[in-house]
Design a protein around this ligand. Structure first.
Ligand SMILES: NC(=O)c1ccc[n+]([C@@H]2O[C@H](COP(=O)([O-])OP(=O)(O)OC[C@H]3O[C@@H](n4cnc5c(N)ncnc54)[C@H](O)[C@@H]3O)[C@@H](O)[C@H]2O)c1
Ligand SMILES: [Zn+2]
Length: 361
């Protein structure tokens, strides 16, 4: 078991990573000083519920005396909506959750973002616990960004609201599809490039798909999460350094949208990492040999490195609306070396087009 501490200016909490943790959840929640009178709502999606993880938690909480209830949402990003938020408020009322009560999110980033937003706003905030069940959720379950989508765009409504605890039972990852696993690996690789050269070199030698040696899943998640935790601790509200976490995402988001979500988030981020590495090479910010290492690691983990045939005008249109732009050109986070990234505000459409062309196989 690995226990990581998150200390921000406003709060502190623990991320516990290990096997067979679901059944022990009431013990961890009791350690937070919470008691059953406040009530408890467990939130999950229908696919995760079919795998039995929320029920294991429901049983554990009820056995510990909590009047726990389960709310199930349809799986998929469409559930990150104000409509589903409203449905959760109704569940919270019906389950008699009070201000001292707790919302437990069991699932991937969709469940975590939605349930976290409901927890942040219901009665002006009830306690919140994250139980991530996807590899990608090592990213989304820490840092306190919660929220939902609007029809006009993703993640436009939200709050900074930290969980009281992140309980990451790695046994749940065994049921992920290979594609979901790969998507999560893109974020692991991103974190390694941003801040952990040792993890990066471990990923270079790790065989796939039987992830195990030389770095275990528990270890890998702990190392990747630690990169994010360090950044979130120094810049809780995304005033500066936290922007580094957008590596691969500026181009990645544009690709994800221009592909009409046929490419999933992780696949789009993998392409973003490649193309942004090409931009960095063209700017003389990155040694070509390091770019090649980045490409090799992405390939090693079966992630795409050459963009499919997408409508370039659309990619540009999505890059234009990126909310981070201010200044002369587009704002990008680019790699300088493994373990160091830097922000520039001077990237032009032409820079991206050249990098895009260089990435086509
Ligand atoms: N808050 C943040 O800081 C942050 C960061 C990154 C991403 N996100 C958000 O996270 C979301 C993506 O997260 P995600 O990829 O985890 O998506 P997800 O929650 O949709 O999960 C992906 C799919 O896997 C299924 N699933 C979940 N756990 C499973 C398991 N153990 N076994 C089998 N199937 C399982 C789900 O039912 C779903 O169909 C996006 O909405 C994104 O905006 C948020
Ligand atoms: Zn991401």
């Amino acid at each position: 078991m690995r226990r990581l501490e998150v200390h921000t200016q406003t709060t502190h909490y623990e991320m516990v990573i290990g096997a067979n943790l679901l059944k022990q959840i009431s013990h961890f929640i009791a350690q937070l000083g919470l008691s059953p009178e406040g009530g408890c709502l467990i939130v999950s999606d229908d696919q995760v519920t079919a795998l039995g993880y929320p029920d294991a938690i429901l049983t554990a909480m009820q056995q510990a005396g909590w009047p726990a209830q389960l709310a199930v949402i349809p799986a998929g990003d469409e559930s990150k909506s104000l409509l589903q938020t409203q449905a959760l408020y109704t569940h919270l009322l019906q389950s008699r959750v009070r201000r001292s009560g707790v919302v437990i999110a069991v699932g991937g980033g969709v469940v975590g973002d939605l349930a976290g937003f409901a927890a942040a706003t219901y009665l002006r905030g009830v306690h919140f616990v994250q139980v991530p069940t996807t590899l990608l959720a090592h990213d989304s379950s820490i840092g306190g960004k919660v929220g939902v989508n609007l029809p006009e765009g993703k993640n436009l409504i939200g709050a900074f609201y930290h969980p009281r605890l992140v309980l990451y039972d790695i046994d749940t990852l065994k049921t992920l599809t290979e594609r979901e696993w790969r998507g999560g690996m893109a974020e692991v690789i991103k974190h390694a490039i941003i801040g952990n050269p040792q993890l990066f070199s471990q990923l270079q030698t790790t065989p796939q798909p039987t992830f195990g040696e030389p770095v275990t899943v528990e270890d890998m998640i702990a190392q990747a999460s630690a990169v994010k935790i360090a950044i979130v601790q120094s810049d809780e509200r995304e005033a500066g350094l936290r922007m580094h976490l957008n590596l691969g995402h500026t181009v990645g988001h544009a690709i994800e949208q221009a592909s009409h979500y046929l490419l999933n988030h992780g696949e789009s981020v993998a392409l973003g990492l490649r193309i942004e590495a090409e931009i960095a090479v063209a700017k003389n910010w990155l040694e070509p040999v390091i770019r090649d290492q980045i490409i090799a690691v992405l390939r090693q983990h079966h992630l795409p490195v050459s963009p499919p045939n997408l409508n370039w005008e659309q990619v540009v249109a999505y890059l234009e609306v990126d909310k981070k732009h201010s200044g002369k050109g587009w704002t990008f986070v680019l790699p300088r070396e493994i373990g160091r990234v830097e922000v520039t505000r001077e990237i032009t459409q032409n820079d991206v087009l050249n990098a895009w062309r260089a990435s086509i196989a």
